[in-house]
Design a binder for this molecule. Structure first.
Ligand code: 5GP
Length: 196
């Protein structure tokens, strides 16, 4: 079992509706030493990639992305949730349905911060159905950039996003893959990644 899996077993809380609450260490209160371990691990897993930008989505991916970026020594750009219409055509836009809030958001990235020269590592806290990742991948494609890889803290392997993204051919690295979880008992089981 790796450091993140151990922490999820210790401090994660399984909620109804396939939601794993990790707000005591990952996305509300944030354990920066844990994020540093994640940064080191992503650096190891993407060592052969030439990455010049980290990309994530507002809000809960930002903290992790910033710490990860310090290991790659590159800037972070995050997709912002926005109500405003793209009148000037100066932003890339994607529509993302929120798994936790069940609403749709337009997310935008300024054209000034992403272009054909960018080799992007996408980072996020969770992967469920993959809507957030599809939005980010679409924005990189609009910019003419390259997605070099995707790093996720917690993938819920029983939801469809991971399979979909791997089938598209991306190198998707999830530090913990939850195979099953049960709100009644609080039990969480992980996929064996001992070969990684
Ligand atoms: P997806 O777009 O893959 O369906 O969902 C990913 C997004 O939803 C993540 O950015 C994350 O913020 C949120 N999310 C999905 N599942 C969970 C969960 O079980 N717990 C928490 N805390 N957030 C989740």
């Amino acid at each position: 079992m790796n450091f993140l899996e151990e922490r999820i077993l210790k401090d994660g809380i399984v909620k109804e509706g396939n939601v794993l609450k990790v707000d005591s260490f990952l996305n509300h209160q944030m354990d920066i030493n844990l994020f540093k371990q994640m940064g080191e691990e992503f650096k190891r897993r993407f060592a052969d990639k030439n990455i010049n930008k980290i990309m994530t989505i507002e809000a809960s991916g930002i903290g992790i992305a910033c710490v990860v970026a310090s290991y790659f020594d590159v800037p972070v750009v995050f997709a912002k949730k926005s109500q405003s219409i793209n009148i000037d055509g100066d932003v890339y836009v994607a529509e993302v349905e929120s798994f936790t809030h069940k609403n749709k958001n337009q997310v935008i990235v300024s054209k000034r911060f992403l272009g054909p020269e960018d080799h992007v590592l996408i980072i996020d806290d969770f992967l469920a159905n993959g809507c957030a990742l599809q939005g980010l991948i679409s924005i990189v494609a609009q910019a003419g950039g390259t997605v070099e890889g995707i790093g996720i803290a917690v993938e819920k392997g029983f939801q469809s996003g991971g399979r979909m993204i791997r089938n598209l051919g991306y190198q998707l690295e999830s530090l913990a893959i939850v195979e099953s979880m049960d709100a009644a008992t609080g039990n969480v089981k992980f996929r064996d990644q001992s070969e990684v």
